[in-house]
Structures are given as C-alpha cells and as structure tokens.
Ligand binder design. Sequence first.
Ligand SMILES: CC(C)(COP(=O)(O)OP(=O)(O)OC[C@H]1O[C@@H](n2cnc3c(N)ncnc32)[C@H](O)[C@@H]1OP(=O)(O)O)[C@@H](O)C(=O)NCCC(=O)NCCS
Length: 332
Amino acid sequence: MIGSGRSDFHATITGLGAHVPERVITNDELSKLVETSNEWIVERTGIRERRIAADSEALSDLALPAARQALEQAGIEGRDVDLLIVATVTPDMMFPSTAAILADQLGAAEAAAYDLSAGCTGFMYALAQAYGMVAGGLSRRALVVGGDVLSRVLDWSDRSTVVLFGDGAGAVVIEPSEAAGFFAFELGADGAGGEHLWLPGSGSRTFEEPEKFVKMNGREVFKFATRILVQSGEAVLDRCGTRVEDVDLYVPHQANVRIIDHATKKLGIPSERVVINVDRYGNTSSGSIPLALSEAQADGRLRTGSLVLMTGMGAGLTWGSALMRWTRAEAA
Ligand SMILES: CC(C)(COP(=O)(O)OP(=O)(O)OC[C@H]1O[C@@H](n2cnc3c(N)ncnc32)[C@H](O)[C@@H]1OP(=O)(O)O)[C@@H](O)C(=O)NCCC(=O)NCCS
C-alpha cells in the first residue's frame, strides 16, 4: 500500500527524542555467554555493542524520557497531546497498553492511547497512522513512540539472535504545519514470511512446544531485508517524483551494516548521507529509526530543509517507508 500526503494539508515532526538504557554489552561480553567472537559479529553485522535494559526497566521506562524530550523540543506539554501511539512488540504487559501507561505518566489525560504491533516496522506504521489522523482532523497533536525491550524475549543461549538486538526507544511529535512535512508513505506486509522472524507461544495460539523466545531464519530475513529496503524506498521516491540524488538523509532500519550497505549501494545513495548507529545499539526494533534520527539531529546532519527518506522492515514480515522534509529548527 502506498499513499501520498494530502496536497491541501501539511503535517510534520515538531519534536524528537530518544533514550537507551545505561548498560552496555560488548561483543566480548557476549562471547562469554555464547560461542561467538567480536570478529564474527563485527564482520557479519557491523555491531560492536548494544544497550540492555536493567531487570527493573520496562518499555515505558525507556519511552518516558524519550517522550519528554520530544515534547520539550516541540514546546508542548503532555496534556496538549490528543493521540499517543506506542509501536512495540514488547509492551510492559499485554494490557493495559504501554501507551495508556505513558499517557498517564505524561499527564496526557485527553489523549486516545494505544499500542501498535508491526515488528521492527512499528514506528513507520505509527508515523503513517498519526499523519493520517492529524490530516483527517481527528488529532491535532500526536505523540508517536517506537521502542522495544527485545532483550526480554531473546534466548540468551542462542548465538544466532542474541548478538543482533538491543533495547531502546524514540519518540516524535506530529502536528499540522505550514509546509510539508510528510510527502508520502509506503507500507506493506507479507504474512507468508511470518515464520522467518517470530515469537510463537506469545499469544492465543497453542503450540505443542510453546516457544517463549524470538526465533529467526537469519538467511531468509537477510534476503527479505536487502530486497525490501530497496523496493520500498524506490516506491516512495517514485510516488513523489523525487530523484534519489535529492535525498539528503537516508535513515534505514538499523538491523545490520551489511543490509544497510547493500540497500545504500542499490539505491545509489552516497554513504555520507546514510545514518548508521547499529554499531553502538544493535537492532532496537521500533526504537531504531527515531534513535537514528535523534543522533543525526544531535550531530547536525539532520537540518531544517533536509529531505529525509526512512525505511523500516521487520517481523510480519512488514515494511514501511516515508519521505519527508525536516521542517523544525535544529536541536537546542
Ligand atoms: C544472522 C546473520 C548475521 C547471519 O549471517 P550470515 O552471514 O547469513 O551467516 P549464516 O546464517 O550463513 O551462518 C554462518 C555460520 O555462522 C554461524 N553463526 C550464527 N551466528 C553466529 C554467531 N553469533 N557467532 C558465530 N557464528 C555464528 C552459523 O551457525 C553458521 O554456521 P554453519 O555454517 O556451521 O551452519 C544474517 O543472516 C542476518 O543479519 N540476517 C538478518 C537478521 C535480521 O536483521 N533480523 C532482524 C530484522 S528486523
């Protein structure tokens, strides 16, 4: 599914924030838990370290500081938010939603609040949904959070998954604006590939041998990821009639440096325009894109006027891209 923003209406990101847990786990530390090595992980993934939540930290504990930062940047209070979407596959609990918990913590008493599940693509789905609600007049100030504490659902004896993921969250405020803002979105899902990256035994389906941990067919996901980052990115650019040369900043889902490098080359985006932080955070699922945006804002690469292409992909299998112009002023 692909769609352009309403031509008679503009909405944009007015505030951005991110937060990661303090605890760093290096590849060397992981190699004491499972049979792996720093060399293998760096060569195959580009990941050097990741952040892991403390036992006492749940998703809302990571989301709250990220959300506060985004609200502060937007110059608004929690009570001004009328829509709060948390994209995650690791909510604090199945219900109440983490969004409802967060709304209470932020004093967003008037906000509709719910969680959204689209694997690592959750943040992109939530962005599109918030845009749609703001454009449709259902919301005036939306807070979108993407975040996960995947460390809770990893099998810490499985070397094929444990090296890839980390914990983190990011948040953005979306409001109507004078100028775009968002131009178009492209979202999709292929449930036939669901078994390649899944958490069976986590819902109402009964399995003979319930599996409480993430299971992944790395090679299949790799093939999917390299294909879809290119396809989805090109689709949204085509829709907007925009040339890849005009993209100032490419913010792909941070899963693996090899996947990002492949997509970047195929799309024809010069490496200096690509945001990569997977080396320090691993794959933070729905936290990955806002976390990368936040870093790019902090280091001055994301500026007012930058044309930004973002693409997420993950469990589902799902994917989602957005093309937008960054309209807010640089971070204070
Ligand atoms: C997981 C991934 C890094 C593996 O890299 P790869 O180059 O495809 O490696 P392979 O799967 O071919 O495995 C090569 C060997 O390394 C081994 N291996 C797997 N994980 C390992 C680890 N952490 N340390 C050392 N060896 C490991 C495998 O067992 C395999 O051994 P074998 O040949 O004896 O069977 C890669 O497939 C990948 O990144 N896939 C996408 C995963 C992803 O991004 N998921 C989230 C999407 S949102």
